[in-house]
Design a protein around this ligand. Structure first.
Ligand code: SAH
Length: 261
């Protein structure tokens, strides 16, 4: 059996209980050494074979996984954050299927969730943004038409931009050309949940200079939007004036600073 496991954003205790249990049982672990915290490898049995995929091609990863799984070993492919976000696990799965091998995906805490936690932020504030756009700048990996930063900036929704901290001059230009104003709040979150985490609040117009000031060139997320500001509506779900399946409405209970007894 092969398990694709989300390692979480960095801190070793942000892996799921299921992920940790499988690491403890694994006979072979192939981990993404560029971003997975090596501390997680302490959960492995002493006889477990450990390989760093940062130095390997897809072909080499498959060549290591297949014979181990065919021999009945428990194989773990440890991806950073959650595998579904820029994880490149689909191509592995399709190849494993062609060998008739069983696999399972164990989700992890994506870095975009860890970044919100670092910022004490909610991405989906009522009347500010009800959508989160996860995207990236075009680099060596092309971005399809109509999915460029400027296309998405036009929506003024919350944006979380991966894999782009090395091109912030260009990013801020694209954000502005798409419709964000230069004074729109933004933040750079470097190595969320790692001991050397940095959180830099700035604006769209100062992204590049802020990163430079703090020496940030990689392993960062850029978040953009008015969810970083202070104006929003309270939720309807918890509003006393609003009834739903679990609660009746009682407008007399509306109190913006509840008395605490
Ligand atoms: N699957 C991962 C993303 C892999 S792509 C996830 O769900 O988080 C790698 C990019 O993710 C990095 O270039 C960076 O933009 C971002 N990233 C990964 N871990 C991060 C962290 N702890 N803090 C900030 N950004 C991170």
């Amino acid at each position: 059996m092969i398990y694709f496991i989300g390692a979480g954003p960095g801190a070793a205790d942000l892996i799921t209980v299921k992920g940790k249990d499988l690491l403890e049982k694994a006979d072979l672990i192939i981990y993404a050494g560029s971003l997975v915290n090596p501390e997680l490898l302490k959960y492995a049995k002493p006889e477990c074979v450990i390989m760093d995929s940062a130095k390997m091609t897809l072909e080499e990863v498959i060549a290591a996984m297949v014979p181990a799984a065919q021999a009945g070993k428990l194989v773990v492919r440890l991806h950073t954050g959650d595998p579904s976000v820029y994880g490149a696990h689909r191509e592995q799965i399709d190849l494993l299927r062609s060998y008739n091998l069983d696999f399972e995906i164990v989700p992890g805490v994506s870095s975009f969730c860890a970044a919100a936690a670092c910022l004490d932020a909610e991405y989906t504030l009522p009347n500010v943004s009800q959508s989160v756009i996860i995207t990236r700048m075009e680099g060596r990996t092309p971005v399809p038409n109509k999915q460029k930063i400027a296309d998405y900036a036009a929506h003024k929704a919350t944006m979380v931009i991966f894999l782009s901290s090395g091109m912030l001059e260009k990013l801020q230009k694209e954000l502005i050309s798409g419709g964000y104003t230069a004074d729109t709040p933004a933040a750079i979150v470097y190595k969320a949940s790692w001991p050397d985490e940095k959180v830099c609040r700035c604006t769209v117009g100062t992204l590049a200079e802020t990163a430079k000031e703090h020496n940030i060139t990689k392993t960062a997320l850029i978040t953009v939007g008015n969810f970083l500001g202070n104006i929003y509506d309270r939720s309807e779900l918890y509003n006393p004036t609003f009834a739903h399946g679990y609660r009746t409405a009682d407008p007399s209970k509306l109190d913006l600073k509840p008395e605490v007894k």
